[in-house]
Design a protein around this ligand. Structure first.
Ligand code: NAP
Length: 483
């Protein structure tokens, strides 16, 4: 007799209610006792005027229950409020997004028979999804890509621990460390360091664009892929297409104290209310949830019945075979329940052990350094003035301070002094790099204030970045063309 569980259920927007109802019905049919607490979030909450899209009652419910099953939530695209999905992930520090991609018998794709079976472990709360954006000028937008050492350490350890829990033997780390050496590079460096603690698991770094290429060319070589937030978001949609589409890709957002289970897909508004979408992705998210709460038998029962429905009975929703011959969401749901107890001979059962969640000690959270200094600043200026004139003027202004103008760049490329002779397009947002006149003397806050107070008389400035030097190493990137 299984114990009773209380779980927060967010039905979601668009196709959300259809896929979560199907999942709830199938889970209940297993006999597992769940008391669902129905919670609101997303579009309906935005409409009521709550900008976060997540009301207090929903936060309280998840705080109490620790576990939620969530349908997709709509986010206005390109305008409006922030994503309630991301808000939930961040509020509950569910830093690991586990997205399995496994081929299903009977679901024909160009990759059928290749044994596609890998899992993306996506960092879920940092990176560009911190959502810290500012218009620098009316025509130039900026988004901060924040990657922290503890964030990298947690997700990388989680990837290796996850590999252990499923008996997987290879972890790839996919980054763009060749271009973003500080941010994506931190993920790569942390991976290479931590991989040494897991000698029984093979560890390989791969550049993320090649990872996308290899995923289509040779998807069977992958086992676990750990990656930063945006890379993981894109690669997991790609992965879903290898096995039949977003209707088949489940996910779990997990952290130290909370877990929120949801499909990779969104609210697919054009199919809302039509009873024709595939509930498999949310159902399999529910299966991950059942394993998380220790209901392994029910999870296996559902998984086998699903695979029999697809692979033996050839019962499909519209996304698999088109309109002709496909069944509705509700018929598909009933077919799975009717197949409880049947098994598919080719569906290899995995050993699923609970994940040993990594523990990061407080004293591991900050990197200790022996020395630090400031070697200058990048001052961001908005101007439409002539570049040569600006270069001369800033050089003049700085001559009264302890700093000198080293260069001006626009969208990252050095444009002043223009010693390479090329003419990149210019926006009205310039990065002006000032460095200490005397390299043996540290730049102080007073030096910076003095320089800014001189520059502000002639130019509109947006922000300053200090050019930190940690343990004698420049902790900032060069401009393209800077020597
Ligand atoms: P989407 O909702 O994932 O839908 C994209 C396409 O994927 C659909 O048009 C459909 O493809 C297919 N699809 C998705 N779910 C399916 C299912 N269960 N069964 C069969 N096919 C399915 O992506 P979107 O249209 O880009 O985004 C819509 C909204 O969802 C946006 O507001 C977005 O912000 C939000 N979103 C939410 C989440 C989340 O809640 N975690 C995730 C992603 C997006 P075809 O057109 O080929 O039939």
């Amino acid at each position: 007799m299984s114990k009773s569980h209380t779980i927060s259920l967010i039905q979601g927007d668009g196709i959300g209610p259809e896929v979560t109802n199907a999942t709830r019905q199938i889970i209940e049919a297993t006999g597992v006792k769940i008391n669902w607490e129905i919670c609101e979030a997303g579009a309906q909450v935005f409409k009521k005027g709550l900008a976060t899209g997540v009301p207090k009652e929903t936060i309280d419910s998840i705080t109490r229950n620790k576990i939620a099953l969530k349908g997709p939530l709509e986010t206005p695209v390109g305008h409006g409020e922030k994503s309630a999905n991301v808000t939930l992930r961040k509020m509950f520090e569910t830093y690991g997004n586990i997205r399995p991609i496994r081929e299903f018998p009977g679901v024909a794709t160009p990759f059928s028979g290749r044994n596609v079976d890998f899992v993306i472990v996506r960092e879920n709360v940092e990176d560009l999804y911190a959502g810290i954006e500012h218009m620098q000028t009316p025509s130039v937008a900026q988004c901060l890509k924040l990657i922290s050492r503890p964030g990298c350490e947690k997700i990388i350890r989680l990837a290796f621990e996850f590999a252990h829990s499923e008996g997987r033997k290879l972890v790839h780390c996919a980054t763009k460390a060749n271009i973003m050496k500080a941010t994506e590079g931190m993920m790569k460096r942390t991976f290479e360091e931590i991989a040494k603690e897991y000698p029984e698991i093979e560890a390989q770094h791969i550049i993320v664009d090649n990872c996308a290429h290899q995923l289509v060319k040779m998807p069977e070589i992958f086992d676990v892929i750990v990656t930063t937030n945006m890379n993981g978001d894109i690669l997991s949609d790609l992965g879903s297409a290898l096995i039949g589409g977003l209707g088949f890709a489940p996910g779990a957002n997990i952290g130290d104290n909370f877990a929120i289970f949801e499909a990779v897909h969104g609210s697919a508004p054009k199919y809302a209310g039509q009873n024709k979408i595939n509930p498999t992705a949310v159902l399999l998210s529910g299966v991950m949830m059942l394993r998380h709460i220790g209901e392994f038998e029910a999870a296996d029962l559902i998984e086998q019945a699903l695979v029999v429905t697809l692979g033996i009975d050839k019962t499909y929703t519209r996304d698999v075979i088109g309109d002709a011959g496909s069944v509705s969401t509700t018929t598909f749901t009933k077919a799975i329940i009717d197949n409880f107890g049947r098994t598919h001979p080719e569906w290899k059962h995995r050993e699923y052990k609970p994940i040993d969640m990594p523990k990061i000690k407080d004293n591991q959270k900050a990197i200790e350094i022996k020395s630090r200094s400031v070697g200058g600043i990048d001052l961001f200026i908005e101007t439409h003035n002539d570049l040569e004139e600006m270069g001369k003027r800033l050089t003049d202004l700085a001559s009264a301070t302890n700093m000198k103008l080293k260069l001006i760049s626009n969208r990252g490329v050095k444009v002043y002094p223009n010693d390479h002779g090329t003419k990149p397009d210019l926006t009205d947002c310039f990065r002006c790099r000032f460095i200490a006149t005397d390299s043996n003397r540290e730049v102080t806050d007073d030096d910076i204030m003095q320089l800014v107070s001189l520059v502000k008389k002639d130019y509109r400035w947006m922000h300053i970045e200090k050019l930190n030097i940690f343990d004698g190493v420049a902790a900032y990137s060069k401009a393209h063309g800077e020597d």
